[in-house]
Design a protein. Structure first.
Lengths: 261, 260
């Protein structure tokens, strides 16, 4: 096991990619704090982690609230006494054309995905600087490197995460803390379920969510939709000592899919 | 002249880059509406060039941006080019950056791009024609220390522009970004003012590569704007260009700030 006795916090870990990451970290020996805005789902994941023989804790966190983010780190320190791995994963998406995009949708995507990343990693960095070590991993997206119609706000927020991570990596390098981002492609999650539904509605002409999903798989050279476990494996790599000499990177985990559609 | 009878609106003109862009556009025959956070700045530049008017616009206000577009359309009948050169910067460690400072920088640099693009598109879609150019930053790629909010906001703008280029490709509208290789003194001044920090020392700017010739960069970027706006650039969209392709993070002339 590569992460024995390490303490990890994963935001947005109640479902989807975050849940996959939390379970993978636990399988490698880490105790994992499950942070999510939905405490019911977070509590279910805590049970799964405890079944693996690790310690866990569910914390309700709205990552756009500095107070709740600070509280998450405080609770983690109280229970586990260190913060070795911070996975800033909580994210949202929606689909609108810019011309019709309400300001609230811009704010929703930017606040959760970009400002949430700032608040979570800042709070984690403040603790990790005291320890003079730590691993920060942010879930960006393939959308952080290219553009796609109807997701300008989402693309903007994920581009922002990638640049933010590069800057933060420069700042924290002298403290022995690495900061990297992963860029998932088309991954089977509840976020994707919503997106293929919206995608079908926007396209019209009788298109079904299954059509959109099939298209995503066809755009992927490895020929399938990705799974949360595909992303989690790369996060474990960034959380482990194997990635000791990597920082400020944005790694695609997309099955070979390119950045733009 | 490459841009006779064309009309442009330029947001943010306090720095040398935007001033070079406005002067070059005017020289090529383009009629201009020039805006700045400080009205006197816009008026001053407008008085120095042909066929230009100045307006004070806070790019954090969608209302003020819409009003500026309306003034441009009323005066010239259409908008062919929109250039957003509104940028502010704050040089500060991320662990010390406050939530309020983050919001001010990201809103001024990235949300403004959303407001401006959205407001311009309505007229451009009606005309089935138009070009949007965002002046962003090389930091979007290089991610220097102590400028995380700036880098994040600049890459956010590029993400927005890339998506937008896909959305409007059937409306004959092109959307691109240019990435200056240094942060201008004026960006640091306005950034400090809006976030209530100490102003930077006189003349200080932040440069990202020893290769960048800061003296020539405004002119070179202005040439790129004319190229992208003119017929020569009519098959270019969704791109983010910088003039130098290296990822060095290099500070020059930073004075006290370099000690951070």
């Amino acid at each position: 096991m590569r992460l024995e006795n390490k303490t990890a916090v994963v935001t947005g870990a109640g479902q989807g990619i975050g849940k996959g990451i939390a379970l993978a970290l636990a399988r490698e020996g880490a105790n994992v704090v499950i942070s999510d805005i939905n405490l019911t789902e977070a509590t279910k994941v805590v049970r799964e982690i405890e079944e693996l023989g690790r310690k866990s804790l569910a914390v309700k966190t709205d990552v756009t609230s500095k107070k709740e983010v600070d509280d998450l780190i405080k609770k983690t320190m109280e229970k586990f006494g260190s913060l070795d791995i911070m996975v800033s994963n909580a994210g949202v998406s929606s689909m609108e054309y810019v011309i019709d995009m309400p300001e609230e949708k811009w704010d929703f995507n930017m606040d959760v995905n970009l400002k949430g990343t700032f608040l979570v990693t800042q709070a984690a960095a403040q603790q990790m600087i005291k320890q003079q070590n730590g691993k920060i991993i942010c879930t960006a997206s393939m959308a952080g490197k290219g553009g796609v119609a109807t997701q300008a706000h989402y693309n903007a927020s994920k581009h922002g995460v990638i640049a933010y991570v590069k800057s933060l990596a420069q700042e924290l390098a002298p403290c022995g803390i690495t900061v990297n981002s992963i860029c998932p492609g088309s991954i089977k999650t509840s976020m994707q379920d919503r997106e293929v539904q919206w995608g079908a509605e926007i396209r019209g002409a009788g298109a079904t969510p299954e059509d959109i999903r099939e298209e995503m798989a066809n755009f992927t050279p490895l020929g399938r939709i990705g799974l949360p476990e595909d992303i989690a494996k790369v996060v474990v790599f960034f959380a482990s000592d194997e990635s000791a000499f990597m920082t400020g990177q944005a790694i695609n985990v997309t099955g070979g899919q390119s950045n733009t559609m | 002249m490459k841009l006779s009878d064309k009309t442009a609106i330029v947001f943010g003109c306090n720095g040398l880059i935007a001033q070079a862009i406005c002067k070059k556009l005017s020289k090529e025959g383009c009629k201009l509406v020039i805006t700045d956070f400080k009205k006197e700045q816009a008026d001053k530049l407008a008085s120095e060039i042909k066929n230009a008017i100045g307006i004070g616009v806070n790019v954090c206000s969608e209302k003020e941006i819409k009003e500026a577009m309306d003034i441009a359309i009323k005066k010239y009948g259409k908008i062919d080019f929109v250039v957003n050169s509104s940028r502010i910067a704050l040089f500060k460690e991320t662990v010390e950056l406050t939530e309020n400072e983050w919001d001010i920088i990201v809103d001024f640099n990235a949300k403004s791009m959303f407001y401006i693009a959205k407001a311009a598109l309505k007229n451009m879609i009606d005309n089935n024609h138009g070009t949007i150019i965002g002046i962003t930053s090389k930091t979007a790629n290089s991610g220097p220390a102590n400028l995380s909010a700036y880098a994040a906001s600049m890459n956010a703008s590029i993400g927005l522009l890339r998506s937008l280029s896909c959305e409007v490709r059937n409306n004959n509208i092109r959307v691109n970004a240019l990435c200056p290789g240094y942060i201008e003194h004026e960006e640091l001044v306005l950034g400090a003012e809006l976030t209530h920090n100490e102003p930077p020392d006189e003349g200080i700017y932040i440069q990202f590569s020893p290769l960048i010739n800061v003296a020539n960069e405004p002119e070179a970027l202005a040439n790129m704007v004319v190229f992208l706006a003119s017929k020569e650039g009519e098959f270019i969209t969704g791109q983010a260009y910088s003039l130098w392709d290296d990822d060095l993070t290099y500070y020059r002339n930073l004075g006290q700030m370099a000690e951070l």
